[in-house]
Design a protein around this ligand. Structure first.
Ligand code: CTP
Length: 413
C-alpha cells in the first residue's frame, strides 16, 4: 500500500541542536511514508549528526557546503528549491531562525531558504530562555507573518538539564503535521501556505476545555466527567490551520497532540474566568468547549471536613458565566462560539443561550443522542448560528466535529 506521502519531495533542513537526533527517526518515517527526502545541513548540524548517517537514511547525498566541488550542480540552492514540494527545518536553532528572519544567506540552508518560495515547516528547538527571548519571538513572528508554518515546541526535560518549553516535538508528531501540510499544499499561495486554511492563519483563538475542579476542603472537590477531548481536537485542528491557540484548560484527561501557542492550565471556574476575560480583548475568535462548574462551594474549608453522624449540607454559590461575559465584552469582528449540553427542548434552549449570551454560534450536544457528549470519542452536534441557521450534523469522531466547526465558522464573519 502506498504511504501517505507517496511521491512528495521533502527537503529536510537541520541546524545545530541536540534535537537533531530525533530528525533521524523523522527521516525514516518520511521515507517509509513514501516521500523522497534530501537533507540540507548547517555546519553546526554536522557537529551533532554525521553526513554518512543522513545519507544512509535518506538515500541521497547531503547538501551542506555552498562551495564544495562535490556538489552535483553549480547553483544547488536553486536546484533544490525547484525540486522540493516542502522545506522542513527541524530542529531550527535560534541562530538560524534569526538569519531566516533577516534574509541572511551565509550557508547552504540559509541560502536555500532565501531561494525557496513554497511551503516551509519549522520546528524550533532550544533552551526555554532562548526561545522566550524577545529576539527569537520577534523573528518567529516575522516568519509566521511570511507564511512559515511554525510548530510550537513542547515542554519537558531539556538537554541543558532544566524543565521547560523548547523541546522539539517527537518525530511522530512532526510527521503528522507534515502529512497534513502535504495534503493541503497549494502551489498558488504566497510561500505556499495551504490556501484552504488561510482563514485561521495568524488568527488568535481562545479555547476553553476540560472540566473545572471546585475545592470543598484540602482533599475533596466538585467536578464533572469532561475529558477535554473536544477542546484538544479543536486545538490540534487550529494549530494545523496556522492559528495561534490560547488553550485555557481545566485538568483534562488528554492533551493536544500539537503544542498550542500558549497553554494556560487552570483548576477552578474562577481561574478559567480570569484567564479567559484577560485574553479576550486580544483574540479574534473564542470557542468555549469547557464544562465549567455552574456552582462552587461558598466557602472552602481550610481543614478536612470530618464526618458526623447526620447529613452534610454544602452551601454552593454561582460561578461567573464566561461565555456570557465574553458576549458582553465582544467587539466588532470577534467571533464567539459556545457549546450547549442539553437533555430536553434542545434546539429551543440552545437558541435562547445564543441570544442571552450574545454568541455567534452554539454547538449543541444532546445527551439523548447515543455517542454524543462527555467522555466518548464521538459527538453528534447541531450548529445553531446568529443568522438563524440550524444545521444538524451526523455522528462523527471529535476530530471530524472540530474540523466541521472550523470549516463552518468563516461563514459567520
Ligand atoms: N459556560 C461558561 N461559563 C460558565 C458556564 C458555562 O463559559 N460558568 C459555557 C460553556 O463552556 C459552554 C456554554 O457556556 O460553551 C454552555 O454551557 P452549558 O453548561 O450547556 O450551559 P449553561 O450556560 O450552564 O446553562 P444551563 O445550565 O442553563 O444549561
Amino acid at each position: 500500500m502506498p504511504g501517505s506521502l507517496q511521491g512528495k519531495k521533502i527537503l529536510l533542513g537541520l541546524t545545530g541542536g541536540i534535537a537533531a537526533y530525533k530528525t533521524l527517526t523523522l527521516i525514516r518515517l518520511l521515507v517509509k511514508g513514501g516521500a523522497e527526502v534530501r537533507c540540507v545541513c548547517t555546519p553546526s548540524a554536522l557537529e551533532f549528526v554525521t553526513s554518512l548517517c543522513l545519507e544512509t537514511l535518506s538515500g541521497h547525498p547531503v547538501y551542506s557546503d555552498l562551495f564544495s566541488g562535490r556538489n552535483e550542480v553549480k547553483t544547488e540552492h536553486i536546484h533544490y528549491a525547484d525540486w522540493a514540494d516542502l522545506l522542513v527545518v527541524a530542529p531550527a536553532s535560534a541562530n538560524t531562525i534569526a538569519k531566516f528572519a533577516h534574509g541572511i544567506a551565509d550557508n547552504a540552508l540559509t541560502t536555500l531558504f532565501n531561494a525557496f518560495d513554497k511551503t516551509v515547516v519549522m520546528a524550533p528547538a532550544m533552551n526555554t530562555r532562548m526561545f522566550r527571548h524577545p529576539a527569537t519571538q520577534a523573528n518567529l513572528a516575522q516568519l509566521r507573518e511570511w507564511g512559515v508554518r511554525v510548530l510550537a515546541p513542547a515542554s519537558g526535560d531539556l538537554a541543558c538539564g532544566v524543565q521547560g518549553e523548547g523541546r522539539m516535538p517527537e518525530p511522530e508528531i512532526l510527521y503528522a503535521y507534515i502529512e497534513w501540510t502535504c495534503r493541503h499544499l497549494s502551489a498558488a499561495s504566497p510561500l505556499g501556505m495551504p490556501q484552504e486554511a488561510s482563514f485561521y492563519r495568524g488568527k488568535k483563538v481562545l479555547l476553553t476545555a476540560g472540566p473545572t475542579v471546585e475545592p470543598i476542603d484540602p482533599v475533596r472537590y466538585l467536578s464533572n466527567h469532561s475529558s477535554g477531548l473536544m477542546g484538544c481536537c479543536l486545538s490540534d485542528e487550529l494549530s494545523l490551520r496556522g492559528a495561534e491557540v490560547y488553550l485555557v484548560t481545566g485538568p483534562a484527561k488528554v492533551r493536544p497532540r500539537f503544542e498550542p501557542y500558549r497553554l494556560i492550565p487552570v483548576q477552578t471556574a474562577a481561574e478559567m474566568y480570569d484567564a479567559a476575560i484577560s485574553l479576550w480583548p486580544d483574540m479574534d475568535i473564542a470557542v468555549l468547549s469547557a464544562a465549567v462548574a455552574d456552582y462552587t462551594p461558598a466557602e472552602v474549608s481550610e481543614q478536612k471536613i470530618k464526618k458526623d453522624s447526620g447529613q452534610l449540607s454544602l452551601e454552593l454559590k454561582k460561578t461567573q458565566d464566561i461565555l456570557a461575559q465574553l458576549g458582553k465584552d465582544k467587539r466588532q469582528g470577534q467571533l464567539l462560539v459556545g457549546f450547549a449540553l442539553e437533555t430536553e427542548n434542545e434546539v429551543a434552549n440552545a437558541k435562547s443561550k445564543l441570544e442571552r449570551k450574545n454568541a455567534d454560534m452554539i454547538v449543541l450536544n444532546s445527551l439523548r443522542n447515543p455517542g454524543a457528549g462527555f467522555a466518548v470519542g464521538t459527538n453528534q452536534v447541531t450548529f445553531i448560528d446568529r443568522q438563524g441557521r440550524i444545521k444538524a450534523q451526523e455522528l462523527k469522531s471529535k476530530e471530524e466535529v472540530a474540523s466541521d466547526i472550523l470549516d463552518y465558522l468563516p461563514s459567520l464573519s
